[in-house]
Ligand binder design. Structure first.
Ligand code: M6R
Length: 608
């Protein structure tokens, strides 16, 4: 949620800030702003409700008015996803006082009390944000101590909540200060200067050397040097890690949207993730530990991947698995101890609810296993063990290749557990894994090959107020993910239903022309699903049937068909979801939606 970039060095800062912010817009995009030190005018702040492009325009207007180019080599920038205070010019970051400019990711929980106290001390508040309290508090302590580190340290002692701060002190024109708690922030060292950023894509064009700031560490960033201060006084120059992503991986490579590019990357993501999980020590981990319960905790799409994990583990290994929505985990007061396993699934590894669930599981003594896409993320670092999904950077807000990678891990876990329990012979397990590594990627490619046909089908949804997804068994779980994808990027209301459950109430919503996407990938369940399809069809539904061998489906049961390649039925989620993602994608494009940055959403939800 929200993106931060900062640069200080020999180059002009504005292009760096704009480029960094544009690559971070997937984290939030309802307002943006920059603060920088102009060599002639001193500290300047440009911010506005809207996209980064509007700040570019604002800067160009400023240059026109001044009759000269801005000349600045140090600055910070922010792109916002509003939490406290609506998107507006005043609520945008940076928040600037007389001495301090600050950008913030996270939420300050005790901001109301801080505002009250600071108002008593004479501070006036211009915005409705929690962040302004932090800016004023640091300003207050800076005026007392005249030392940035002491001021930051004193302020964070009083701040409750989560934060990554990028801070400029106006009388130190080439320095950036940074600190974080429960919200990620990296420091990066480049040839022409140094950076802070909330995520790697922001700095990827300039350097591949980065350091992940730890909780409570304070950093000073000058053009030539980055220094990190730990509480207690010790300071050090960080040891940098190398970013292994390529710039290309974080760019569109000729695709009109990241989402389409990322769907095309699914075959590769499945293959790479399979190698990653097979080369991990996961088999030994399960062999060495007997668990009383296995629990999967995640949010959104990642939670839907968890549902596939539960289904397959129960089917193949006959081990019961619980799946929790991370934001509800603590309220269910889960019964956990040292013989229980909690698997956290998260693309970003920074989802606040998933982190909170992980911490609760650890508090209760459970074993924790993270399935994450971002190495070094909070979930990755705090869990006892980690399996890395190798989806590569996922930029589009709608999760696609991360889901395929997450279910890849879920399948491997279920197969390995089944083998360890003697429910699959080594030969059977290997055959399943072999199919996962070879036939599944090829089958996904085949589905992607039908994208033109799916694009034409998307036209059927344009004016529909509501769409239903139905299925049985695995298809019922897939329906939830298909429905989420459609609603999040097209803004069409949609619901996922167990096919057999429709007639217990919801079928009353089916009227002439209501689209129903019927998933029927399991031959054993086909007849029963077909009865449910007929139930909605006779009430006027426009049925889109998604199944293998679609050409042979009785034309009277459906209006349109999407055929899936022949594959072991257990692996149908890989192909069916690619078709549903493409359908959602093309519908969003036809409706003129901002596919990669749907309204009200952000890629990484770092608030609870
Ligand atoms: O980064 P995470 O996997 O923890 O994110 C969890 C959800 O916010 C995420 O899967 C969300 O539902 C997707 N953007 C939906 O496409």
């Amino acid at each position: 949620m929200c993106g931060i970039i900062g640069y200080t060095g020999g180059s002009q800062v504005l292009p760096k800030l704009f480029c960094g912010l544009e690559s971070l817009e997937y984290r939030g995009y309802d307002s943006a702003g920059i603060a920088f030190y102009d060599t002639k005018a001193g500290m300047l702040c440009l911010k506005e409700k809207g996209r980064v492009s509007e700040i570019r325009t604002l800067a160009a207007g400023y240059e026109r008015d001044m009759g000269r180019k801005i000349d600045a080599h140090c600055g910070i920038g922010h792109t916002r996803w509003a939490t406290h205070g609506k998107p507006s010019d005043l609520n945008s970051h940076p928040h600037c006082t007389s001495d301090v400019s600050l950008v913030h990711n996270g939420i300050i929980e005790n901001y109301a009390a801080l505002r009250e106290e600071l108002s008593r001390r004479g501070y006036r508040f211009l915005s409705e944000t929690d962040t302004e309290a932090a800016a004023n508090l640091i300003d207050y302590y800076y005026k007392q101590t005249e030392d940035p580190i002491s001021a930051i340290r004193a302020a964070i002692r009083e701040i409750r909540g989560s934060y990554a701060f990028g801070i400029l002190f106006h009388d130190r024109p080439s320095m950036i200060y940074a600190v974080r708690k429960d919200s990620p922030l990296i420091l990066a060292s480049g040839e022409d200067g140094n950076y802070i950023a909330s995520d790697i894509p922001a700095i990827l064009k300039y350097t591949d050397q980065y350091y992940r700031l730890e909780e409570g560490e304070i950093a000073t960033v000058s053009p030539a040097l980055i220094t990190v201060y730990r509480d207690g006084g010790a300071s050090f120059t960080p040891e940098y890690e190398k970013i292994t992503w390529s710039v290309d991986a974080a760019e569109k490579e000729g695709f009109p949207h990241f989402m389409l590019k990322e769907i095309h990357e699914e075959p590769r993501a499945v293959r790479d993730t399979l190698s990653s999980v097979l080369s991990s020590d996961i088999e030994a981990f399960f062999a060495e530990n007997e668990f009383d319960t296995i629990n999967i905790v995640a949010c959104g799409t990642a939670m839907h991947a968890g549902l596939i994990g539960k289904f397959m583990t129960e089917k193949l290994a006959r081990i019961p698995v619980n799946v929790y929505i991370a934001s509800e985990f603590r309220y269910q007061d889960p019964i956990l101890g040292s013989r229980d396993l909690v698997i956290l699934i998260s693309q970003s590894g920074e989802t606040a609810d998933t982190i909170a669930a992980l911490r609760l599981a650890k508090e209760r003594g459970a074993h924790t296993l993270a399935v994450v896409n971002v190495i070094g993320s909070t979930v990755a670092r705090e869990a006892d063990r980690m399996i890395l999904t190798l989806a590569g950077p996922e930029i589009s807000v709608a999760s696609t290749k991360a889901y395929s990678s997450q279910i890849t891990v879920m399948y491997v876990i279920s197969i390995k557990l089944a083998e360890l329990r003697g429910r699959l012979s080594p030969g059977e397990a290997n055959a399943l894994l072999e199919e996962l590594g070879s036939k599944v990627p090829a089958a996904i490619e085949e589905v992607i090959g039908q994208k033109e046909k799916i694009r034409l089908l998307a036209g059927e949804f344009l004016q529909c107020p509501s769409v239903f997804f139905i299925g049985r068994g695995l298809d019922c779980l897939l329906a939830s993910e298909g429905s989420l994808k459609l609603k999040e990027i097209t803004y069409i209301h949609s619901e996922a239903y167990a096919a057999g459950e429709m007639k217990h109430g919801t079928i009353s919503l089916i009227t002439d022309g209501t689209p129903v996407i019927a998933l029927a990938t399991d031959k054993k369940l086909f007849e029963k699903t077909l009865s449910n399809i007929k139930e909605v069809k006779t009430r006027g539904a426009k049925v889109i049937l998604v199944c293998p061998d679609a050409d042979h489906a009785d034309p009277s049961v459906c209006d349109f068909r999407i055929g899936l390649p022949a594959l072991n039925e257990s692996y149908a989620p890989f192909t069916a979801i690619a078709a549903l993602q493409l359908l959602a994608y093309y519908t969003a494009v036809l409706r003129g939606c901002d596919v990669d940055r749907p309204r009200n959403l952000a890629k990484s939800v770092t608030v609870e």
